[in-house]
Design a protein around this ligand. Structure first.
Ligand code: MEV
Length: 434
């Protein structure tokens, strides 16, 4: 029986007291409590973690792998990736090597234009209110700039403003009421910009109420940052794709068929895109980005025309296979955890990116490479062969293998085509290991 999850004043307690309260209430055992308290973190001191979020009791560790072979816009990158799933890092490095041999990725990033939304309801004449707001555009943009004065000097600032009139199609049948939504477009340069946009949206509210005669409700950024996109492309000679007994043409055909599948079917598109996000999220986490924002924007963007589709597509052009990924990419290289988290700082500096757009370009190339690796395997040998070989290592470790024994047991599991923890335990026992 566990106690109540209502623990008043939890945030005021020390870390040890917080864990003790969780233990006393039966939510964690003494062993689990000790594990939480043992997580001290050389890379992220507890004192820093305690300032990052609320009610902190411990630190959570994940492996950092390095994606290799990336050549993006003529520049070399080694890419830090934080992820729990085996085979992602190996697969992306393999695909990046293929693209590298063909000249690398070409990526174009938009300016860092974020979208802020201000919802206005209750206008007696929405069409007239809309016109009045648009007529005040220069003044509203100047007001937005004045709320973030440093941004113009850095080459950013308010770039445009739009008004949408959202009306239920058939008002008698809908429970929704009509509203105006002002979109403010603001270039946040090297910042991801969420706080900045929210501040500006809140700062515009009074003026918008006065101009529209309505009432402002929500004032918040949209994660569908479709004016801040990245487009990554690669072009691979079909002949270079020969692999595992498949000809280059067969491999290319498998990849194009996988793309067609994702283009036609949202059930497949979801998995296609999950594979892309395997890479993008891993780099986003390593570099201190809000990866939920990237996910939200990317998924919404590929559903904009009413049918959920793939973030990356592949097709043949003569003797070449061409792949392209096009998604919103709201990332920053200043602010957020980047300022606080020592490991994030180190990993970001490993990338040597100079602008948020450059970081977004790396993320896009990683997403495209991850997709290439996945659908190349899926369209030919299937994913399990390579995956199982790598998965076997974590299975061996789960069974208790340590050091060199991990590789030994993993190799045996693969040879037996039985990548299971029980079998790994049996093999360890046979070798007289715990
Ligand atoms: C697994 O994490 C990702 C894949 O399912 C992606 C895909 O199917 O394209 C392999």
């Amino acid at each position: 029986m566990v106690g109540s999850s209502r623990i008043p004043g939890f945030y005021r307690l020390t870390r040890h007291e917080r864990v003790a309260r969780l233990e006393a209430a039966g939510f964690v055992t003494a062993e689990q409590g000790a594990l939480l308290l043992a997580s001290e973190g050389a890379a992220l001191p507890f004192a820093v973690a305690d300032k990052m979020i609320e009610n902190v009791v411990g630190l959570f560790e994940l492996p950092i792998g390095i994606g290799l072979n990336f050549l993006i816009n003529g520049r070399d990158y080694v890419v830090p990736m934080v992820v729990e799933e085996p085979s992602i890092v190996a697969a992306v490095s393999h695909a990046a090597a293929l693209v590298r041999d063909a000249g690398g990725f070409e990526v174009v990033a938009d300016n860092s234009v974020m979208t802020g939304q201000i919802q206005i309801v209750g206008c007696s004449d929405p069409a007239a209110a809309m016109e009045r707001i648009l007529a005040e555009r220069p003044r509203l943009l100047a007001l937005a700039d004045s709320l973030e004065p440093g941004m113009r000097a850095r080459g950013g600032g308010a770039s445009d403003l739009d008004v949408r009139w959202i009306r239920p199609r058939d008002s008698s049948a809908s429970r929704h009421r009509s509203m105006l939504v002002v979109h403010l477009y603001f270039d946040t340069r090297d910042a991801m910009g969420a706080n900045l946009i929210n501040t500006i949206c809140e700062g515009l509210a009074d003026q918008l109420e006065a101009i529209s005669g309505g009432q402002v409700f929500l004032r918040i950024l949209s994660n569908l940052a479709d004016r801040r996109r990245v487009r990554a492309r690669c072009r691979l000679p079909v002949a270079n794709l020969a692999w595992q007994g498949f000809s280059g043409t067969e491999v290319a055909d498998g990849i194009v068929r996988a793309s067609e599948f994702a283009e036609c079917d949202p059930y497949r598109a979801a998995t296609h895109n999950k594979g892309i996000m395997n890479g993008i999220d891993a780099v986003a986490i390593a570099t201190g980005q809000d990866w939920r924002a990237i996910e939200a924007g990317a998924h919404a963007f590929v559903a904009l025309d009413g049918q959920y589709g793939p973030m990356a597509r592949w097709w043949l052009e003569g003797e070449a296979l061409v792949g392209e990924l096009d998604i919103p990419m709201a990332v920053g290289i200043v602010g957020g955890p980047i300022r606080l988290h020592p490991m994030v700082k180190a990993l970001l500096s490993m990338l040597r990116v100079e602008t948020a757009g450059e970081l977004g370009s790396v993320l896009a190339a990683v997403g495209l490479a991850q997709n290439l690796a996945a659908i190349k395997a899926l369209g030919t040998t299937g994913i399990q062969r390579g995956h199982m070989a790598l998965h076997a290592r974590s299975v061996a470790a789960t069974a208790g293998a340590e050091g060199d024994v991990v590789e030994q047991i993993a190799a045996q599991l693969v040879a037996e085509k039985c990548v299971k923890v029980e079998r790994a335990r049996e093999l360890l026992a046979m070798h007289g290991l715990p």
